[in-house]
Design a protein around this ligand. Structure first.
Ligand code: ADP
Ligand code: MG
Length: 700
């Protein structure tokens, strides 16, 4: 059998040194194998002929058969063009060429029958087709042409003639060289049979050259199955490995601190969901295995308290705990909250961030090393080498999506036995993604808000009606409430964005001259930010005009209005996060999304979802569907590459779940990965991992 991955692409007929270099550089295609797995991004049905009378300006590619009656030269300079008046007896359509005029007039004969292929567009009220493919009718055998593949190629490639058609030609050369049988199966016969899969070699040929939609679908199914199977296998295999390898610290008892906190310090009853999640965590940490748990809870669902109770379990068992947050403001708030809630208990809580002063830092580091600091709260500063714990038992990571896998992994090396890991996120990750990203990370869901919360009323407002909005803000301020106004700050446009924030701020200062305003953005010094944030949190200022630095976690219960300017520039999850800053007290709260009048279809949908749903999970699912998984906040930062070639996490959720079970059967049937029957599969997994640098499931 041929080893396709070992065959250099330059030896394929039609390639050669020069094209090989292009294929390497532009598409990372080095071998026969790589080319075989470079799938078309769409197909055009060339077995069907349209009639000229059927054409509209709003159709995909079509194919016509008929003759050109006359040519006409039109325009001057850049708009000089040849128009061919084409008919098939049902009407006329203009074929338009801007380039290659001479060649065209020499080659195309009036009155001969041609098959014309292109995309009809509407121009000045007439349908025309620009730069169609044109072939003599008798040379084409339409009935056997099937679906024509289209490949993405880069500008550089196109300039050297390596366009989509040329790629298709290379692939047909490749199949002529190797034949179907040269492509080895990647799944065992029993899996192929049981799940009625098309043989791999056939599926790969059909994905490039399908005759019809039916066989294309079957081939796609087979290839998606393959792709998802190996991802799931990798995750499940890793998870099993981890379970066997890593023992965890055992927090056997519920002790004094936990019990005293529960009975003396809790200002309110835990919600049912909080109780359930604490129980799940307690079971994990008492099990001899390292806990790896993700807690998903919508904004305001009370995750901090769950973290606190878990950390007290660590303290009760003689361990230290560490709570990590993505920003300084958030870690400060966490530290303040913990200190306040623990004020009557002998638990030492320290805060470590980038701006902790040297002297204080020294004392904290000493306290960590000698075990007198029980709980450390901090930013990523806690991941630094010099931060050493005496007995780190639990790490809680808040707002998980800001941290990468590497940073999380760093916490591990701090101890021989890895600490338990609790990851808390308010960006509810859709099930499909969670499964793919985190593998067998256990998931707890806080699906209940503390009692008495009123749903936030969300409204979409066009900018030309801002006056009414200001009127409304005045009324809220008069009631003694506070208001957030958020502007986008996206690094590419930083200067422009800062300008719009500054302008917005001065305008608001004029409109709301009876009130005090705070301004906050990421470019300010930490002390300045802190100062402004504190003034707002204490109620000294009534309005906070800010960029998204307040996005995560900040808690000011008296704030009841969240105004989001240029809401079209935010993703759904981010809008939902921002909205979560209000509605934290007992008062009715509002979220106002301000946009221009002209909106894209996509933005319109986002606004509709936001105004009709307050449910983080619904929003996350919608986000996944609208943006595709590669764009979901968090997945990029989480360090897992989403270079799926054919499967799509948003669309193939059901298949993913199905395939996961197939993978699970293999892992269970062959836990030692050494049964001859599955050798093929494990060998393939090794190859894939080596080639892709996969890190699926390797989340700690
Ligand atoms: P998040 O899940 O967004 O991190 P927080 O932990 O900041 O939410 O909690 C939001 C607010 O709800 C806080 O003011 C907190 O004190 C309050 N809270 C948490 N749990 C409860 C509860 N069981 N009953 C009432 N209020 C609660
Ligand atoms: Mg929080």
């Amino acid at each position: 059998m041929l080893d396709l991955a070992a065959r250099d692409i330059k030896y394929l007929p039609g390639v050669g040194e020069q094209r090989a270099t292009l294929l390497n550089r532009e598409l990372k295609i080095y071998s026969f194998y790589d080319l075989l797995h470079y799938y078309p991004y769409r197909y055009v049905d060339r077995s069907r002929l349209f009639k000229v009378s059927e054409l509209t300006g709003n159709m995909p590619y079509v194919q016509l058969c008929g003759e050109i009656r006359s040519f006409e030269e039109m325009g001057e300079g850049a708009s000089r063009r040849i128009v061919g008046h084409f008919t098939d007896g049902t009407g006329f359509v203009d074929l338009v060429w801007f380039r290659g005029l001479k060649y065209l007039k020499n080659r195309v004969k009036l009155g001969a029958r041609y098959v014309v292929f292109g995309k009809p567009t509407l121009f000045n009220g007439r349908v025309n087709i620009a730069h169609p493919d044109i072939d003599a009718a008798e040379t084409l055998q339409l009935s056997t042409m099937g679906l024509q593949p289209y490949y993405n190629t880069t500008d550089k490639m196109k300039r050297s003639g390596l366009n989509s058609q040329a790629m298709a030609k290379l692939l047909s050369n490749l199949f002529a060289q190797i034949g179907d049988n040269a492509i080895p199966e990647t799944l065992t016969d029993d899996i192929v049979l049981k799940h009625k899969l098309m043989p791999l070699g056939k599926a790969l040929r059909i994905i490039h050259f399908p005759k019809n939609n039916k066989e294309l679908k079957e081939a796609e199914y087979r290839l998606k199955f393959d792709e998802l199977f190996y991802i799931q296998l990798s995750i499940l295999h890793y998870a099993k490995d981890r379970m066997q390898k890593y023992v965890g610290h055992r927090f056997a008892k519920v002790g004094d601190m936990f019990n005293r906190f529960y009975s003396e310090c809790l200002p309110f009853e835990l919600t049912g969901a909080q109780k359930r999640v604490v129980k799940e965590i307690r079971r994990d940490v008492n099990s001899n295995h390292q806990m790896n748990r993700l807690v998903q809870g919508d904004v305001g669902s009370g995750k901090t308290l769950v973290a606190l109770l878990s950390m007290l379990l660590a303290v009760d068992n003689g361990y230290q705990a560490c709570l990590v947050a993505p920003t300084e403001i958030l870690s400060e708030q966490h530290a303040a909250t913990l200190r306040r809630m623990l004020s009557s208990l002998p638990v030492r809580v320290e805060l470590l961030t980038g701006s902790t002063r040297a002297k204080e830092r020294g004392q904290i580091l000493e306290g960590l090393a000698n075990g007198s600091v029980n709980i450390l709260v901090g930013t990523h500063a806690v991941f630094e080498e010099r931060v050493q714990f005496a007995r780190l038992g639990l790490v809680v990571i808040d707002e998980q999506h800001r941290f990468g896998v590497m940073q999380r992994a760093k916490m591990w090396v701090k101890n021989n036995i890895p600490p338990h890991i609790l990851v808390m996120t308010a960006t509810p990750i859709p099930r499909t993604l969670a499964m793919t990203l985190y593998g067998d990370l256990d998931v707890s869901v806080i699906d209940e808000l503390p009692p008495g919360r009123k749903p936030i009323a969300t409204q979409h407002i066009f900018r030309n009606r801002a006056d009414e909005m200001y009127h409304f803000l005045h009324k809220q301020l008069k009631l003694g409430r506070q208001v957030y106004v958020v502007y986008p700050l996206i690094s590419e446009n930083e200067k422009l964005d800062l300008k719009s924030l500054e302008e917005g701020y001065s305008k608001l200062c004029n409109i709301f001259c009876d009130y005090k305003l705070s301004k906050l953005h990421g470019k300010m010094k930490p002390q300045e930010k802190d100062y402004e944030m504190r003034r707002f949190a204490s109620g000294e200022t009534q309005m906070l005009v800010s960029t998204t630095v307040i996005e995560v976690g900040v808690d000011v219960p008296n704030a009841t209005v969240m105004v989001i300017e240029n809401a079209e520039r935010f993703g759904l999850s981010q809008l939902h996060q921002l909205r979560g800053r209000v509605g934290r007290g007992g008062n009715q709260s509002y979220c106002l999304l301000v946009t221009d009048y002209k909106l894209s279809e996509d933005t319109r949908k986002r606004m509709e979802i936001m105004t009709t749903s307050n449910d983080g999970f619904v929003i996350a699912e919608a986000d996944l569907k609208l943006r595709g998984p590669g764009d979901i906040e968090g997945t990029q930062q989480s360090g897992v590459a989403f270079d799926l070639k054919i499967a799509n996490l948003a669309r193939d959720e059901q298949l993913l779940q199905y395939v996961r079970e197939v993978a699970r059967e293999v892992v269970n049937a062959d836990p030692g990965c050494n049964a001859p029957h599955y050798r093929l599969i494990w060998e393939r997994l090794r190859v894939i991992k080596r080639n892709n640098n996969w890190n699926w499931g390797a989340i700690s």
